[in-house]
Ligand binder design. Structure first.
Ligand code: TRP
Ligand code: ZN
Length: 485
């Protein structure tokens, strides 16, 4: 189905959108912004890239120079965790299956805080040291290029969140009954040793033990749950590739609901009882939202779905945790639509660098506009016009969606709202049918992989047969309020 025609309003359309997604004051952000551009690419010489056959300390992303690491890819994480919400203590064992992309005499993992009690590489004890957020591992003998190896890290301590360049918290965020675990953009390293950049995608197995009465929710399918001696162990499997920031191990006292959709997707919803009454009518819409998005964007990428609705007022945002978005409170329907759209745009098709964040947030915001348009709300044109009416000195125009400038600005209004405006301009230029074909082709050609802005604009030109350079230049890359075309 390719139509973007208006559909009649439905029962339940009274649920109103929140303000345009989560935004953080940009001024604070600028003050905290990471200094200086980084020059290091994977394996390249630079401040984060040791010479020779050592893996580099970053994946080469100028916005987060130390995020990720060079020299290897992780295909699988096996995480065994035990968390005690009373003391805040975490015990962890991470088993990483990885492949060397170069000869490696040593390599880094990202891990912040916590105490490392042992590291082995291919079952042999390896030397390790901490250097800021880097865990530097030196195996007994060098790993040859192409070698598949296994790293085991045992660790423990009291995890806490990391403060983002924009002042918000991510990572392991303790709550009054557990922890809200949301890793975008940096937080994965607060609870497991990772190659912490979306360039590296992996499958995951989680085994999480919590006191009985608590629930531990991770990504993918629940494979088992066992209670013994007052503790419950949950086993989760995320089999499709996932970026580390989309992993979760959220713990709380939740009401759980499980069912399978008509399309065979296994749904697992965990809801804090304090949010349950407000969350219920929204969560009820999840299967129809996923069906609607599947009609627009192509098949839902995962075998599992669901939600974690926590009570975590200190967080202030929701996250598109793969298969199972995290909400810090009962979400608005528009937020559910937004996080669900990320399953295609952001989760299945991942960023290659954080600068391209509009490929996540602009797309998910535009999904909200389309949803409204087709469910008796204002049209996307209407949403566009309302934003366009903002004066030239409004922060909406402070920087272009396609070039936020630093990690401090990646969740700002321009990325979300102007990112969606870019797509609306594209839709007007190429027509509804071609526009939807572009979105669907984007989702299918890059399914489980990565995309860049340049690849998207090239696809749009290819699919439409139009020269769209000035459109993207004006709407995506130029600072300030564009003159209306
Ligand atoms: N990506 C989230 C969304 O879809 C928002 C988000 C994640 C966020 N981490 C953040 C916003 C940190 C601000 C700060 O809306
Ligand atoms: Zn988003």
């Amino acid at each position: 189905m390719t139509s973007l025609q208006k559909r009649p309003a439905r029962r339940g359309a009274v649920l109103r959108r929140e303000a345009v997604a989560a935004t953080i004051p940009v001024a604070v952000a600028a003050l905290l912004a990471a200094a200086g551009p980084a020059s290091a690419g994977t394996g390249a010489a630079g401040p984060t890239a040791p010479a020779g056959s050592a893996g580099s300390a970053g994946a080469g992303d100028p916005y987060f120079p130390l995020a990720g690491n060079g020299g290897y890819h992780v295909s699988h994480y096996g995480l065994t965790l035990a968390y005690d919400p009373k003391t805040g203590h975490l015990d962890g064992t991470a088993v990483l299956t990885a492949r060397a992309t170069q000869r490696l005499t040593r390599f880094d993992l990202d891990l912040r805080g916590l105490k490392v009690t042992g590291v082995t590489v291919d079952h042999r004890k390896a030397a390790h040291r901490r250097d800021g957020q880097e865990l530097v591992v030196t195996p007994r003998t060098a790993l040859r290029k192409g070698h598949e190896f296994r790293v085991t890290v045992t660790y423990n301590g009291t995890p806490g969140p990391v403060t983002d360049p924009d002042g918000s918290l991510d990572g392991w965020i303790p709550t009054d009954d557990g922890a809200f675990v949301a890793g975008e953009p940096q937080g994965a390293m607060t609870w497991f040793p990772a190659n912490n950049h979306p360039q590296d995608k992996s499958s995951y197995d989680f085994t999480i033990t919590v006191p009985a009465g608590h629930t531990a929710v991770a990504n993918g399918v629940l494979r088992g749950q066992r209670t013994a001696h007052g503790r419950t162990t949950y086993r989760w499997r995320q089999s499709e590739p996932m970026a580390a920031y989309l992993a979760t191990a959220t713990v709380g006292k939740f009401k759980v609901e499980q069912y399978t959709t008509r399309d065979g997707v296994k749904v697992y919803n965990a809801v804090d009882p304090r949010e349950a009454a407000k969350a219920a009518p929204v969560l009820k819409e999840l299967p129809s939202v996923l069906e609607w998005e599947s009609r627009l964007f192509g098949p839902y990428p995962y075998r599992a779905a669901g939600a974690v609705v926590d009570h975590a007022p200190q967080v202030g945002y929701a996250l598109e945790t793969q298969t199972r978005p995290l909400y810090d409170s009962a979400p608005a329907l528009s937020t559910l639509v937004h996080e669900s759209a990320h399953q295609w745009f952001g989760d299945s098709v991942s960023l290659t660098r954080w600068k391209d964040i509009w490929l996540n947030e602009g797309f998910a915001t535009y999904a909200e506009w389309l949803y409204d348009e087709q469910h008796g709300g204002p049209s996307a044109q209407n949403a566009f016009d309302t934003l366009y009416a903002r004066p030239a000195d409004d922060r909406l125009w402070a920087y272009p969606a396609g070039d936020p400038g630093s990690g401090a600005a990646i969740f700002g209004t321009p990325v979300y709202a102007r990112g969606a405006m870019v797509l609306h301009e594209l839709r007007k230029a190429v027509g509804d049918r071609t526009f939807l074909r572009i979105l669907r082709t984007w989702a299918s050609e890059h399914r489980y992989g990565h995309g860049t802005t340049a690849q998207f604009t090239a696809l749009a030109e290819r699919q439409s047969g139009k020269d769209l350079k000035s459109l993207f230049h004006t709407w995506l890359l130029t600072k300030g309020k564009p003159d209306k075309a």
